[in-house]
Design a binder for this molecule. Sequence first.
Ligand code: FAD
Length: 474
Amino acid sequence: MKRSLIWFRNDLRLHDNEALAKASQADEILPVYIFDPRHYGTTSFGFPKTGSHRAKFLLESLDNLKSNLISHNLNLAIRIGKPEEILPDVIEKHGIDLLFAHKEITREEIDVEEKIKQSVGDKLNFVWGSTLFHINDIPFTKNEIPDIFTQFRKKTEKQSEARKELGFRKDVKLIPDVETESLPSLKELGLKATPKDDRAVLNFKGGEDEALKRLEEYFWNQDQLKNYKYTRNGLLGADYSSKFSPWLANGALSPRRIYWEVKRYEEERQSNISTYWMIFELIWRDYFRFSAWKNGDRLFFAPGIQGKDRSWRTDPKDFKKWAEGNTGIPFIDANMRELNATGYMSNRGRQNVASFLAQNLNIDWRMGAEYFESLLLDYDPCSNYGNWAYNSTVGHDPRNRYFNIINQAQKYDKKGEYTRNWLPELEKVPEEFIHEPYKMNPEQQTLYSVEIGKSYPKPMINLEESYEEIKARE
Ligand code: FAD
C-alpha cells in the first residue's frame, strides 16, 4: 500500500497537473494546501504582500479546487503555517511515502523547498509545470538562456514542442481520517474585502472552472482569438485581451491547455497572425520564468540583471501620488485607480505607469514592483519583476526605454473614454484637453466643471523636463 501527498502551490487545477498525475499512481493520496503566514505579511517597502483582491481570488480558487477534488471522491486538506513545519509532520502522522509538488524558482519559494528537503529527504519529488515549454525541452541549459527574448523565442519555437496534457488516475483513493479544515476568511488572513467595482473589465472569479469558462468564452463564444493581435493593446472591456493571467498565475489554468486550444481553433476556425500571437505572448511568459531561473536573486536587486548603477529616489510623498492615482497626469491616474479598485490593469497601462515611476519620477522600480505584487490579481514574481526591470532599463532591454505618456494616451485612448471611466472628475472634459487638462484656462475649467489643483491635481512634474532628465541619465 503506497501513500502520496500532493502539495498544491501555484498549480490549483486538476487538468494537466503533473504533480497530481504522479501522486495519483499511489494507492491513496492526500491533497494539501498550506496558507503560509509569510505570504500575508508586508513587503520590504511596507505594502501587504498579498492584498485583498488576490487573496479573495485565491480563496475562490481553492474553494473550486476542493469541490472538484470532492467530485472525484477526494478532498483538500487545508493547513495554516510554514510548509517546512507542516509537511514533515503530516508525512509522519499519515505514513506518507512520497510527496509531489511543482518546483518554483524564486528565492522565497526555494528557501522553503530546501528546508522541506532537509526534513523529508528523498520523499520529496518536484515536477515542472508552470510554463508552456517544459524545462527539459527548451534548447538551452540554465546558463545559456539568452539575454534577448527574440533569441530565446526563435530557437525555442524551432526546437521545442509543447507537451500533451497529463491526466490523473481517477480511481485513486483518499487517505482516510485526515482532518480537512475549512478555508480561512479574508478577515482571518488579516485582510478586508474591497467593494466590487462595476467598471472592472471582467468580474474575475478564481478557480479552474471559471478559467476554463473564460477560455471557452474568449476563444469560441466571442470568437476573439482571430483579432487578438490587433485588440491586445486595448484598455476598456473584457475582450481586448484574454484576461487569462490571474488563472495562469495561480495555476488554475495550464498554459498547455491554452496552447492546444489555439491549435484546435487554428484547425477548426482559422490560423492567422493573431492565433500565433497568443502563443508568442505565452513564450514571453516562459521567457521571464526561465530568465529568473538563470539570473536568480539579481531579479530582485535594484541594479537588475544588467547590474546597472543608478541612484534611485524613494520619496514617499511622490510615490503615494503615483500609487493613489493623483499625479495630475490623467492617463497614469486612470490606470492606477483601475488597479487599486480591481486588481487588474492592461499591459499597455502597466508599461506606462512603470515607465512613469521609474523613468520620469526616477523612483526605485522595486517600490512599484512591490506595489504591484500587493495589488495584482495575476501577480507572478517572474513576470512582475521581469517586466518592471525591463521597463526600468535594468532588465532585458539594453536601450534607455521610456514612454512619452501623452503620446501613448492619445494613441491608445484617443477619445479619452478610458480616462473618463476612471476619473469621473474629468467626465465633462472634451477630447482636446482630456490628457492634458492643466492646459485649460480658468474659463474652460469652469465650463467643463473641473478646477485644476482642487478637484483634480496639478501635474506633479513637468513631463517635458523629465524626458530631458531621462535622456541625460544615459
Ligand atoms: P493577454 O494579452 O491576453 O496575453 C495572454 C497571456 O500571455 C497573459 O495572460 C500572460 O500570461 C502572457 N503575457 C502577455 N504579456 C506578457 C508579458 N509582457 N510578460 C509576461 N507574460 C505576458 N503578467 C503577469 O501574469 N503577472 C504579473 O505580475 C505581471 N506584472 C507585470 C508588470 C509590468 C510592469 C508589466 C509591464 C507587465 C506585467 N505583466 C504581468 C504582463 C502583462 O501585463 C499581463 O500578463 C497581461 O496584461 C495580462 O492580461 P491578459 O491575460 O489579458 O493578457
